[in-house]
Design a protein around this ligand. Structure first.
Ligand code: NAD
Ligand code: 6OD
Length: 484
């Protein structure tokens, strides 16, 4: 049985209070995570502060960059271990984790090391009232101790997406991974020690949200800023905690994203794109499309083709060849998704495909599997169309005009992402400027250039990370003015 210890000041720390980690493919217990209490969270924050006051705080940018390169190289060196840990925690297909999650875990350190190495700051020269000259320049200083609170859907990718830039900017972090996925954050502690990252720079505390490590961390008065990815309502609780001490937050929250397919789109590419945006990672991607709007002339053909794709997805465990759909993360999440499947039927949806749980055999019978599901025929007021389900499912509705598609896409409190499929460049530009989201993909989905701004509008987040935008959050910009 694996033991997931806290990682505090460079040391793996067990506690007397443990909780079970079960694998989603069979619901078997595969490990025990050691829950951090207030004392462990205090120790982690204290270690982070000491690192900032010690060698790490004094380290040159060049040296820091070298160390982050070494972290990336060591993740790649231990690629198979990270992959195995992520597969055991999430049950996602091997093909997905090996192409997206683990490579991005390494890239998130390399890219932000490059960005901090090359980041300029502004400089101005002015004439002073006495006829002399003054020069001002910007100086980026670390924010301090950053609390990093993470979800379970892309555990290593989303954690390092925050830890990479935070460390590149010279901060120290205390990470609270999701209680569902403790493995890769813990493993990263070994990497940090191996490459010689000073003790206390990277800390991990395990546990839950309320009245556990998540709340202890976000309420901690010596945490200078909080970066969080997760549900919008958790964001509200963390924002209330951060208000004490007026601490900055960066939030990547939930979504109810629209996929929009015009009749002039390349049909096969649109089908392939919406298949991914709806079903990838078993629908557990915040950027996914649970609302799909298709222009009327191709509506029936599109629904039939997406149905065929959904039904061709092989459901199974990570290492089975050809698997395209893994399980949901937990029994609790399966219950939530199945409740929406039942609600869709009760509301009179036409179930185009799926709508239940597959019949899995043997050791997988207790896993958290659900069928990929497509509905049509519901009114826009339905909870199926308004609420984030976070499962492998979508509702497809027809539209006639561009204006109608824009109105439908924007009719949501969320504003994370959209994916628009059209061969008309002008339509694409108009849609991109009219849909109120942080991320607009045209003829693509979840295509990432880490130098670009990433984040959500409206209830989907606060702030942007990525490229120089991460520096805006993870550094404090000071102006220095010198009277010459
Ligand atoms: P969640 O909000 O339930 O949990 C996220 C983390 O917050 C976990 O580590 C949890 O323990 C912690 N937490 C919970 N309550 C807390 C509290 N009161 N104080 C401090 N910490 C607390 O989210 P989840 O179920 O793990 O992830 C799925 C959600 O994340 C979906 O809504 C999805 O859309 C969102 N998400 C958004 C993005 C994005 O980039 N916008 C990316 C991935 C996931
Ligand atoms: O690619 C990323 O940087 C990112 N933050 C992805 C988020 C995916 C949400 O599930």
């Amino acid at each position: 049985m694996k033991q997931f210890h806290n990682f505090i000041n460079g040391v793996f720390v067990p506690t007397s209070k443990t909780f079970e980690k079960r694998t989603p493919i069979s619901n078997q217990v595969i490990g025990l995570a050691h829950e951090a209490g207030q004392a462990e969270v205090d120790a982690a924050v204290k270690a982070a502060r000491a690192a900032l006051n010690g060698e790490w705080g004094k380290m040159s940018v060049v040296k820091r960059v070298e160390m982050l390169y070494a972290v990336a190289d060591e993740i790649n060196h231990r690629f198979d271990e990270f992959l195995e840990a992520e597969l055991a925690d999430t049950g996602k297909p091997h093909s997905l984790a090996s192409h997206i999650d683990i490579p991005r875990g390494a890239a998130n350190f390399k890219v932000f090391a490059d960005i901090i190495k090359n980041a300029p700051t502004e400089s101005f020269t002015m004439t002073t009232p006495d006829g002399g000259t003054a020069v001002s320049y910007g100086l980026r200083t670390p924010l301090g101790v950053i609390g990093v609170v993470c979800p379970w859907n892309l555990p290593l990718l989303l954690m390092t997406w925050k830890v990479g830039p935070a460390l590149a900017c010279g901060n120290a972090v205390v990470v609270k991974p999701s209680e569902e996925t403790p493995a890769t954050a813990t493993l990263l502690g070994e990497v940090m020690n191996k490459v010689g990252i000073p003790k206390g720079v990277y800390n991990v505390v395990h546990g839950f949200g309320p009245n556990s490590a998540g709340e202890f961390l976000t309420r901690h008065p010596d945490v200078d800023a909080i970066t969080f990815t997760g549900e919008t309502r958790t964001g509200e609780a963390i924002m209330a905690a951060a208000a004490k001490g007026v601490r900055p937050v960066s939030f990547e929250l939930g979504g109810k994203n629209a996929g929009i397919v015009f009749a002039d789109a390349d049909f096969d590419k649109a089908i392939a794109g919406i298949t991914r945006s709806t079903f990838e990672n078993c629908g557990q991607v915040c950027l996914g499309t649970e609302r799909v709007y298709v222009q009327r002339p191709i509506f029936d053909k599109f629904v039939a083709a997406l149905k065929e794709k959904a039904e061709s997805l092989k459901i199974g465990p990570p290492n089975e060849p050809g698997v395209g759909l893994g399980p949901l993360i937990s029994a609790e999440h399966k219950e939530k998704v199945m409740a929406y499947y039942a609600k869709a039927r009760a509301e009179g949806a036409k179930v185009v495909t799926g709508g239940g749980a597959p019949d899995m055999k043997g050791e997988y019978a207790q896993g958290h599997w659900v069928q990929p599901t497509i509905w049509t025929g519901l009114p826009e007021s339905s909870p199926i169309i308004r609420e984030e389900i976070f499962g492998p499912c979508c509702h497809i509705a027809p539209f006639d005009t561009e204006e109608e598609a824009i109105a439908l896409a924007n009719d949501t409190p969320y504003g994370l992402a959209t994916t628009v499929w059209t061969s008309d460049l002008s339509t694409a530009h108009r849609m991109a400027s009219a849909i109120k989201v942080g991320l607009c993909w045209i003829n693509s989905w979840f295509l990432r250039d880490l130098r670009t701004a990433f984040g959500g509008s409206k209830a989907s987040g606060i702030g942007r990370e990525g490229g120089v935008h991460s520096l805006e959050f993870y550094t404090d910009l000071r102006n220095v003015m010198i009277k010459l």
